[in-house]
Write a protein that binds this ligand. Sequence first.
Ligand code: HEM
Length: 437
Amino acid sequence: MQGLIRTAGLAILLASSGAAFAQAQPATPGASAPAQPAAPAPAAEPSVPAPAAAAVTQAAGTQAAGTQAAGTQAAADAQAAHAQAVPAAPAPRFGPPAAVASAPIPKAEDTNAERGRTQPGNNAPFWRGVRESGERPGYSSLPGAEQGVLIQPFIQYPGSRFTNAGDAWRQVRNGWIVPWGGAFVLFGVAMLAALFLAKGPLGHSQNREGVRRIERFTYFERAAHWLNAIAFCVLAVSGLVMAFGKFLLLPLIGHTLFGWLTYVLKTAHNFFGPLFAITLVVVIVVFIRDNFPQQGDLRWLKGVPRMLKGQEEPSHRFNAGEKVLFWFGTLLFGVIATASGLVMDKVVPGMDYLRSDMQVAHMVHSIAALLMVFTMSLHIYLGTVGVRGAYRAMRDGEVSDEWAREHHALWYRDIQEGRIPARRTREPHPARPATQP
Ligand code: HEM
């Protein structure tokens, strides 16, 4: 009995002196002391070699040594786990207890498990293994054309360093597209706000109901336009949240709501893309004819400063400004953004969909989409608050003589002279007179 109590006392002494020593011990230079949680170390590393700890635990059956014995048991468990992970070095017979020995210095040939102990959280050996995987036979479960390619070949995209393609893409996205694209869109919105504050709505005619007799857009043209516009708005909002929401929305609404919102919007983006693609083709086919350059377009463009003072140059059905927006905003940027979006939706047949395909498609898509948002913001501005009566033209399809003369004088002249019909949609048949009995 006396022997047992003496052994337990020895265990307490050893454990407490080990902890005190560990606290007093200064960090060893180069031994990554800050990364090593200094205080918990004695718990992970037993203060006595494992067999001795087991003996102490058995011996410490008394109340007095109970708490200490529990700690020692935890230490013994940790030691056992350690012994399973790495073949244990033979326990030294002399020298300080293991707990007070400084952490081993990380070595280049460490396994990931070893590095996890010398530098918790550092998994460099894992990634070194991945990088060197091309030099040694291994196993990869990646299906398709990229089987076995863990790291893409090195490349330099415009705006990136020469590095592996995944990293090069990330550098372009985070270093250029997101900050500069965001600034570009904000600049556009600020310019439109300034224009509205400075000039207010342009034009005089209100294009009110009751005095309209000229059909500007047919049912079909309006249906295609509005379906396309709705799809565009969903795509623009969801795309902007995906690109910039992390900086603008996340701090305001928090992670949970932002996570759900982005998930819903990303799914909407994937499904509205094809709807936008189909309606975009219809819009292009329907409006292309009247957007070809005509005589008077250059004069109209030169007259923009005078237009801001309230005097508009004559134009055909669409003025030169609308034509520029059509060829660039709708056709060029629209087609590029749509085609690259369909690649990312993986609905283009005959493609392998390599990571590099997706990265290039993503960069092209983001740039074209941001340019489109920029140009379409101007279109939407002019089609709503920027020009009096314009929105009603696309909503109801009709304009008054006064509105047509003020904004599209050459088109109005052609209608007056009978070269263009004032209405293309056939009027509904007049009600048949009731037959007399
Ligand atoms: C909420 C969004 C939109 C609004 C409020 C809007 C408004 C308008 C209005 C009022 C017009 C008639 C202008 C006139 O009478 O001269 C118009 C025409 C037109 N819009 Fe939109 N629009 C929107 C989105 C879009 C989108 C996303 C596209 C294509 C990508 C588009 C393509 C066109 C085209 C092609 C025309 C015919 C004029 C031209 O060819 O330049 N619109 N829009």
